[in-house]
Design a protein around this ligand. Structure first.
Ligand code: FES
Ligand code: FES
Length: 413
């Protein structure tokens, strides 16, 4: 990457944290990163854009290819601080599951991937090639794409896919389809993971919607959970109707702005094992029934990786004979993007665990009058790890049962 007018001279110690502002997939972001962190790590760790893969981290394999100001760049060879003021496009910006870029469609059509590890690198490299050399001759493709290594496919499907797109778009490959503030809501992981005190992000902030519509269609998962709390109903209801304290009870969540009319802006971090997702979004209270002690709300969020989630949630508290409270929650959860690929069982487990932690925090808040210390409580990461561990255990148990049944059948039992 060449030096641009955006870059400023900064003298920093190797481990010093530096604020870097740039645009990624159409959304202005500000992250605080160590001076020596490369762009690929910054994209993956601070912005949740894990579509940018890392292979060699020496500029050899091409897995980490992204576009910086319209040109392909090895994200493992660019320091994140060098991205200051630039316009970065990652594979997540190319298209979405529902609206794939022609290159993604062609890769799918030609079975141009097996494990898929090299695919983001090939997609971004091909995009760069077809942008700079529209209608490039088929015979030159092997050499032009030799900067990315694939260990699985033998390259034939990849070359056929790129050749198809080159032929279909001789005037130049269509622009990325997922690059706009409306599709990348705010700073996502940047603000949550690295720089919660960073400045607002200008246009992107304005682009965040200020109202929510009830999701339609079939939810990805539905959750129904009941928990017994020790605090009396009145104390629980007092917390449920105090939105600020209620938000503090949600694991990994933080309310950032009261928009009025029972609408709130906030952010939340959810992790499934090693996959960490940071959402920004909105919540709106749709029902607050004092007599039934029922609260209903809609929530929606998106991260910078194109993941979206929406939930229609109902909470109802009833007094128990022993002076405690029964808290019942039902939620219809809608997921799209990469997170929708997690199994329903796993997503359901995570939702249940989050509710368990929420119920525990609600009880503690009602009992002590103070919201729990978010930093000291079980983090979102531990929710994910526990859920993944349990899901794996259940899966192993199911496999074990199946094997035992097969053995029994073979023995004629
Ligand atoms: S990880 Fe960047 S080129 Fe290999
Ligand atoms: S599809 Fe596996 S490395 Fe290319």
């Amino acid at each position: 990457m060449t030096t641009t007018e955006h870059q400023r001279a900064v003298k920093a110690a190797a481990d010093e944290l530096i604020d870097v502002s740039f645009t990624v997939n159409g959304t202005p972001v500000t992250i605080r990163v160590p001076a020596r962190m490369h762009l690929a790590d910054a994209l993956r760790q601070h912005l949740g854009l894990t579509g940018t893969h890392l292979g060699c981290e020496h500029g050899v394999c091409g897995m980490c290819t992204v576009l910086v100001d319209g040109d392909a760049a090895r994200a493992c060879l660019v320091f994140a601080v060098q991205a200051e003021g630039t316009d970065v496009v990652t594979v997540e910006g190319l298209g979405t599951q529902d609206d794939q870029h022609p290159l993604q469609q062609a890769f799918s059509h030609h079975h141009a991937l097996q494990c898929g590890f090299c695919t983001p690198g090939f997609l971004m490299s091909s995009y760069d090639l077809l942008t700079h050399e529209p209608g490039v001759d088929d015979e030159r493709l092997p050499e032009e794409l030799s900067g990315v290594i694939c260990r699985c496919t033998g390259y034939r499907g990849i070359l056929a896919a790129v050749a198809d797109v080159a032929e279909a778009h001789p005037e130049g490959v269509p622009a990325p389809r997922n690059c706009a503030p409306r599709t990348l809501v705010g700073r996502g992981g940047a603000a949550t993971a690295a720089a919660p005190e960073a400045a607002p992000v200008g246009d992107a902030e304005e682009a965040v919607p200020t109202d929510i519509t009830r999701p339609t269609g079939t939810p990805t998962i539905t959750v129904e959970v009941t928990r017994l709390l020790t605090s009396p109903l009145d104390d629980i209801w007092a917390v449920m109707t105090d939105v600020h304290r209620l938000a503090r009870c949600l694991p990994g969540a933080e309310m950032t702005e009261d928009l009025g009319d029972d609408r709130y802006r906030g952010r939340a971090t959810v992790a499934l094992g090693p996959v960490r997702l940071a959402f920004r979004g909105l919540a709106r209270i749709t029902e607050r029934d004092e007599s039934l002690h029922r609260l209903a709300l809609l929530a929606q969020g998106a991260d910078t990786g194109g993941n979206r989630t929406a939930a229609d949630i109902g909470l109802r508290a009833t007094a128990t004979p022993d002076g405690g409270t029964e808290l019942r929650a039902d939620a219809a959860v809608f997921l799209s993007g990469r997170i929708a690929q997690f199994g329903r069982a796993l997503a359901g487990d995570v939702s249940q665990r989050m509710f368990e932690q929420f119920a525990h925090a609600l009880d503690e808040t009602a009992r002590t009058g103070q919201p729990p210390d978010v930093g000291a409580g079980p983090g979102a990461l531990s929710i994910g790890v526990a859920a993944v561990r349990d899901a794996v255990r259940r899966r192993l148990a199911a496999v074990r049962t199946t094997l035992q049944e097969r053995r029994a059948r073979r023995r004629g039992c």
